[in-house]
Design a protein around this ligand. Sequence first.
Ligand code: DAH
Length: 358
Amino acid sequence: MTDRMAGEDQPFTSAELGEIEAEARAAIEAASSLPALDAAERDALGKRSRFSGLYRELGRISPDGRKSAGQVLHELRRRLEDMADSRRAELEAVERAERMAADHLDLSEVLPGELAGHLHLVTEVREQLEDVFVGMGYEIAEGPEVETDWYNFQALNIPLDHPARSSVDTFFLELAGSEDARYLLRTHTSPVQIHLLERGELPIYAVVPGRVYRRDTPDATHLPVFHQLEGLVIDHGITFGDLAGTIDTFVHAIFGEQVSTRLRPAYFPFTEPSAEFEMTCQICGGSGCRTCSMTGWIELGGCGMVHPAVLEATGVDPEEWTGFAFGFGVDRLAIMRHGISDMRAFVENDVRFLRQFA
Ligand code: DAH
């Protein structure tokens, strides 16, 4: 007795079929990639497979036997195809996950030893300055970058026809308003002095960091958008000596004790007397170089005793209150602090420049 199925008409034994099926299942299961799976399927069911050989045998048997044997082969084919399909779905899912993992950009990840990002140099110097002044009991104040002519000029004792206006090229804004109320981008942080005085709360010990605008062509020491730090002190009995000591203190706090500062007579409409303050050039150490025009000194900013006209413009009695003000470029201080020869590097966003100061 053979185990030929359904008698003599069957061209294969069930053991033979079981063998074919077991082999195909093992190959499909073992396929670890889509091309490997295609190959396993072709080996199991393709034209040259043992399975297809059995199909061809069907032609040699009786029509009755052909029908039932054909049915058995058809079911086997279906089982193997189903198995290949589910293995294909698994492999596709794995491949998709791998592709997504490869495409994934983790922007939050900081690898040890990699650049983590840091504050911009100008921000860093501004924060150091703020710390120094907070340490001396000052408040940090802010003011608007869009100002009226009155705050930027007139209240600071710079009337419409004043020659000091032509020394700075101003960006005016085309907004409705009379000439007095003409809007502009502030050319300095000094208008915040007016806002502070207008609050009517005295005494005042404040510094004001902020962005300012001038129609200047960028060069090594000028940017059309830059930063200043304004200082304003109003109290009883404030003297020029207090101003000189304050400037000396913060310059030493930022640059160290080895630098010197000095004041030179100057003119500003909103201070009287006025001065420019300078420090030892940090590029040459004071011996003279191109940056300091061979003088050994670098001008940082302006200062002086607040002009009585400014106090009067804001309703503060100049007989009772006196004070000093100062203002300087934070960007310029930063280039001195780090020995940078060209201020434009601050706005070019060249990471090779920026990462040196991490
Ligand atoms: N606002 C002046 C400028 O931008 C700088 C300045 C000079 C500010 C004298 C002051 C000061 O507070 O007293 O050139």
